[in-house]
Structure formats: structure tokens, C-alpha cells
Design a binder for this molecule. Structure first.
Ligand code: ZN
Length: 362
């Protein structure tokens, strides 16, 4: 691996390990500031999204990635010091029991814990066969009682995130960690913005990096950030669920086969001309892509494309297996191809091209 790939990998690792459930994205925000603050004017919306605007003219091209990951929030604490929680984002009970989490206490201290469960010894036959619902689960922080938990500064409302472990698999270039949804998107946003804006090229569009908050609870930051970023075109960057799984036919998101261009899902239809144009850019640059029509799911395109009188958007995703768990898996080559594709798009986009996507006087 060369030096620039090594640097990109370290940044991705730092992003994936950062603590950032919805509404508590501070650690991710710090990385975005550090990486992009010298490359444009930095603004924030009132929810905490970061908007970095480059100098220059031409259409305002927003690169959006969400900083938050699926996590939880402290709902209550019982007399024996068990912490009950509500989910922030979509979780399946099967992936949770005995998993490690960190609670960011109001004191500022991170309190480690795990999601408690009965050992098989105590399970009735009926209990063995069912999926436990999240409201029956609790976090065990090893406390003796409520007073001890309170003494650490843990309060109702404190955010909770999965503990991460970033690991290269035996298959070289494949990495496993929490939060690839959407830290791969944040990484692609940083790398492609930096390559285009800091690369010394004269651009004919104005790239704007948006690191949005609270996607996992309803794409809220992308909506409020749009009031400041005022996009003429939106490129939404995601860690998209890979579908190379048992029993999934007609695959559109296979690890190692390139970034996914999401044509649509129930929340947004990408601009068709923008999709076809992007396919041509990828082909010219020799970048493999996978075009997908998704029957479920949603992204920040859902709120971004409805900003103002409407914004042509496209969703570009790095396939990741088993997202919304502690162990998602990506192929780093897909990540690098996504950076190359978005950078190539920024180098080509100009006034006439963006206008052609939204010209309806046939
Ligand atoms: Zn996501």
C-alpha cells in the first residue's frame, strides 16, 4: 500500500472508531474540522452539521455524508444499576445481546458496558427461540447499585454507541468495524473534496462539503444544513448495505465490484440524467460501478432533494456487509474507487452540465 492509501486508511479507521450516535456527533465533527477547516469557510447549522464551502464560482455542488451512527440513549436506570435504553436508528435484537457499548456520561467520562443477557443455563425453551425486543434489554456497566452509576455522572438522556474494533481480515484490503455506515461516506467526502479543492485544479463548480447530523433518526441534519449549503446539485455519500448474502438474488451491491450508484429507494429518485452522466464519467475513468434500485432503505437524499424548489441528487455508496451492527465489512478498493469517482465528477461539473440535468423545456 502506498503512502497516500495508508493515510486514507488511517483516516477511515479514526472515523469508524469515533463515537457518534445521533445528536452526539462531536468526535466525528472534530475530525471533519481538522481535515477540512483550511480548505474553505466553515459554518454550522444549529443542529451541529458542518458545512465547508470552497471559494469559487459555478454551481454549488454539495457532497453530503452523515456523521452519526446507529446507537442508543439512556432511558432509565434501575436500583441495581442496570441501564435501560432506547434505540437511535434501526437495530435488530439478534445482533445486540452481550455486545460492548460505551456510554458518554454527562460528566464527560466514557463508561464501558455490555448488553446484558441470561446465560443458556437459565433460558426456558420458549425464551431460546425468540428474539428479545430492545425494551427488554439493559446495559450492564458492572455497577453495584444506582448510586454508583450516578456517581460516574451517567444521566438519563446520555448517548450510547457500540464499541469498535477495526480489523483487517485475512483477505487483504477487507476491513471489519462498527459504523462504516456512514463513516465511509464521511471519508469519501473528505478525500474527494480535498483532492478537488486542494488539488490546484481550476474547477468550474463550487464544491461544498456537508457532514450532516442525525441521519439515522430521519435525515434531519441534511435538511437543516441545506438552508446554508443551498445546493444546486447533491451527491449523497453512503455506506450502503451489501446484498451479497445468502438467499439474495440479482445482486446490486457486491463487495469488491465498485461503488453503488443508487438510482432510487422509497425516499428519493435520483436525477436520471445525473445518473447516466455519472455512469459515463465512471466508464471514461475506468471505475467499476453497480447501479441499484432499492426496494427499501433511505438516505440524506430524501431531505436534500426536496430543498427549495428541488435539487438533482445522486447517491453513491460503498457496499458494506452487516451494517447497523458492531461488525460491518468493506472492501477498501470500493472506497478508493468511490473517492476517484466523486473527484472525477467535481472536476467535470460546470454550469451547463448542471443546467442540463434540470432543463424541462423539451
Ligand atoms: Zn447511512
Amino acid at each position: 500500500m502506498n503512502d497516500s492509501s495508508q493515510a486514507a486508511l488511517s483516516l477511515l479507521k479514526e472515523l469508524a472508531l469515533a463515537f457518534g450516535p445521533p445528536g452526539a456527533e462531536g468526535e466525528v465533527r472534530q475530525v471533519v474540522h481538522r481535515e477540512l477547516a483550511t480548505l474553505g469557510k466553515v459554518q454550522h447549522d444549529a443542529l451541529g452539521s458542518v458545512i465547508v464551502e470552497s471559494e469559487g464560482d459555478g454551481p454549488r455542488v454539495v457532497l453530503d455524508a452523515h456523521m452519526d451512527e446507529v446507537g442508543f440513549c439512556v432511558q432509565s436506570i434501575d436500583e441495581e444499576g442496570r441501564i435501560y435504553f432506547v434505540p437511535l436508528g434501526g437495530w435488530w435484537g439478534h445482533v445486540l445481546l452481550a455486545q460492548r457499548v460505551d456510554i458518554l456520561a454527562s460528566s464527560g467520562q466514557k463508561i464501558p458496558g455490555f448488553i446484558g443477557c441470561k446465560p443458556p443455563h437459565f433460558l426456558s425453551p420458549a425464551e431460546r427461540d425468540k428474539v428479545l425486543s430492545l425494551d427488554q434489554m439493559y446495559i450492564d456497566v458492572g455497577a453495584s447499585d444506582l448510586q454508583e452509576v450516578l456517581s460516574w455522572g451517567v444521566k438519563v438522556g446520555d448517548p450510547i454507541a457500540p464499541q469498535g474494533n477495526f480489523e483487517e481480515m485475512a483477505s487483504s484490503g477487507r476491513y471489519c468495524c462498527k459504523a462504516f455506515d456512514d463513516r465511509v461516506g464521511v471519508g469519501v467526502m473528505i478525500e474527494s473534496y480535498r483532492a478537488a479543492v486542494g488539488g490546484g485544479d481550476s474547477l468550474r463548480c463550487q464544491p461544498i462539503a456537508v457532514a450532516a447530523v442525525q441521519e439515522e433518526v430521519g435525515c434531519r441534519g441534511a435538511k437543516t444544513a441545506s438552508a446554508l449549503s443551498k445546493p444546486d446539485l447533491g451527491i449523497i455519500l453512503e455506506g450502503t448495505p451489501a446484498d451479497d448474502l445468502p438467499g439474495m438474488p440479482r445482486r446490486q451491491s457486491v463487495l469488491g465490484k465498485g461503488p453503488q450508484i443508487r438510482f432510487m429507494d422509497p425516499t428519493a429518485i435520483s436525477n436520471r440524467r445525473l445518473v447516466r452522466w455519472t455512469e459515463a464519467v465512471a466508464e471514461e475513468a475506468g471505475i467499476p460501478i453497480q447501479v441499484a434500485v432499492r426496494k427499501s432503505g433511505g438516505t440524506d437524499a430524501s431531505t436534500t432533494h426536496l430543498h427549495g424548489s428541488g435539487v438533482p441528487t445522486i447517491v453513491i455508496g460503498v457496499p458494506a456487509r452487516s451494517i447497523h451492527t458492531h461488525s460491518s465489512l468493506i472492501d477498501f478498493e470500493d472506497y478508493q474507487h468511490a473517492v476517484q469517482l466523486v473527484t472525477a465528477m467535481l472536476r467535470k461539473l460546470d454550469e451547463a452540465t448542471v443546467a442540463s440535468f434540470k432543463s424541462y423545456e423539451e
